[in-house]
Design a protein around this ligand. Structure first.
Ligand SMILES: Nc1nc2c(ncn2[C@@H]2O[C@H](COP(=O)(O)OP(=O)(O)OP(=O)(O)O)[C@@H](O)[C@H]2O)c(=O)[nH]1
Ligand SMILES: [K+]
Ligand SMILES: [Mg+2]
Length: 447
């Protein structure tokens, strides 16, 4: 429990708007008395048992709702504090009436973004990686994202980092013993006993860091950019893959200027598919020129490119597009409904499609899904999911390498201590106060 008494906070925990049920969550020392004020019953219902109760505004006596109320007593609750959940009928006036009534009660205030989860962290119910996973789980849009978030929320990542930290604590104890008893007759080379432990951990961290960023990518989505000459049918293809009219299609070359993004779920993997301006030397105006600059920039940053050619221009292929093809590119010949393709360029392994008829789209989706699986699939080991963790791990590894090279045990000890701190910051075991505002700011209210 926190050393200070915290305010009691409340917020709508479900999405705002009309719904079948809306849940208002209350957490803090006054949660029970707030419930008593709304129900008019001084005796609290038994914990963890849903009870139907009429709620009234304690000041006006106005009926607010017949609600299902649920009480958890701290520390056996999500936040570790006393928690009350009001399961309301999800009407706007019901929710606003309850929120208003709660705001009138002494000692209660609206929760800040992420404040429930932050309290759970501060009360030791979650480590920081688990708290971050709560946000990821709520944001998860595809199966693979959900799996990764759940695994992290259940503590797999935190256990990995805590386990590493424990090994460092033991190594440090050895080194310190070596320092303390240096001039006594200790069996030679305690430092030699520690060296392989530190080296093994450094290489485990290296392997963990060297994962191609798949865990982070899985959170963000794989970036795929559609590139090609004007009128190749890039926007038509984006619309066909998204199954909606996201981008403007027209027979005029140079239609698309801004980068247009759609989010897709390809076989459970999240993808951000981007349509871009057609590449050509002679842009019609400065707006198209800027569009082409953005297209090139997006192509350069994309994980995967789809290079679209107009099949009716074969055997001539647009040189600017050809120049972008690399091993992360899927080549597409579009408009095969118009062209009899005699030379399909097997060297480019093209997918023959028609954005109009839909021919070949399934094969294109399969090729892109294979790319996604290759880049995003996570193995059985928990994966690195955030730049914050990556930076701390890199710092930890650097300290370990310095420790291995340190000329004196005192210096090695200091480096191991720094390495351990870097790990502790990931899970929130050490000096995180300044981090918390940044981490929980990304949460929305009610989480
Ligand atoms: N017959 C046929 N026409 C297509 C196909 N795909 C696109 N088109 C037509 O080709 C023209 C250009 O299509 P867009 O999708 O606007 O091409 P784009 O590559 O996005 O063009 P810019 O944005 O100008 O670079 C339009 O008239 C489309 O209707 C296709 O598969 N078959
Ligand atoms: K066009
Ligand atoms: Mg276009």
């Amino acid at each position: 429990m926190p050393a200070f008494t915290s305010a009691t906070i409340f917020a709508l925990a479900t999405a705002p708007g009309r719904s079948g049920v809306a849940v208002v969550r209350i957490s803090g020392p006054e949660a029970g008395s707030a419930l008593a004020a709304l129900t008019g019953r001084p005796l609290p219902p038994p914990p963890r048992r849903a009870v139907l109760s009429q709620l009234r505004n304690p000041r006006s006596g106005d009926a607010l709702d017949d609600a299902l109320v649920l009480r958890f007593t701290g520390p056996a609750s999500f936040t570790g504090e006393d928690v009350v959940e009001l399961h309301l009928h999800g009407g706007r006036a019901v929710v606003s009436g309850v929120i208003e009534a709660l705001g009138d009660l002494p000692g209660l205030r609206l929760a800040e973004p992420g404040e429930f989860t932050r309290r759970a962290f501060e009360n030791g119910k979650l480590d920081l990686t688990e708290a971050e996973a709560v946000a990821d789980l709520i944001d998860a849009e595809t199966t693979a994202q959900r799996r990764q978030a759940l695994r992290q929320m259940e503590g797999a990542l935190g256990r990995l980092y805590d386990g590493w930290r424990e090994r460092l604590t033991r190594a440090l104890a050895h080194i310190e013993a070596d320092i303390d008893f240096a001039d006594e007759d200790l069996p030679g080379g305690v430092a030699d006993a520690v060296r392989p432990v530190v080296a093994a951990l450094a290489s485990e961290i290296t392997a963990h860091l060297d994962d191609g960023g798949r865990g982070e990518r899985l959170r963000e989505g794989l970036h795929i950019a559609i590139v090609g000459a004007p009128n190749a049918g890039k926007s038509s293809l984006l619309n066909a893959l998204a199954r909606r009219d996201a981008a403007i299609v027209s027979a005029r070359a140079g239609t698309t200027r801004d980068v247009i993004e759609v989010h897709l779920d390809l076989g459970g993997y999240p993808v951000v598919l981007a349509d871009t301006a057609g590449l050509r030397e002679a842009a019609a105006d400065e707006v198209e020129e800027e569009g082409i600059r953005r297209a090139r920039d997006r192509a350069a940053r994309a994980d995967v490119k789809v290079a679209v050619f107009d099949a009716t221009t074969l055997p001539v292929l647009d040189a600017a597009t050809l120049a972008l093809i690399d091993r992360d590119t899927v080549v597409v010949f579009n408009k095969i409904d118009l062209a009899v393709v005699t030379d399909p360029r097997p060297d480019l392994a093209p997918v023959m499609v028609s954005a109009h008829s839909g021919a070949g789209l399934k094969e294109l989706e399969e090729r892109l899904t294979a790319f996604s699986a290759d880049r995003l699939a996570i193995g059985s080991a928990p994966s690195l999911t955030r730049a914050r963790h990556r930076a701390a791990l890199a710092e930890c590894r650097e300290s370990l390498i310095r420790a291995l090279e340190a000329p004196l045990p005192e210096l090695a000890a200091e480096d191991v201590r720094l390495a351990s701190r870097a790990l502790g910051r990931i899970t929130g075991r050490v000096d995180v106060e300044d981090l918390l505002d940044v981490i929980f700011r990304d949460f929305c209210i009610g989480k």
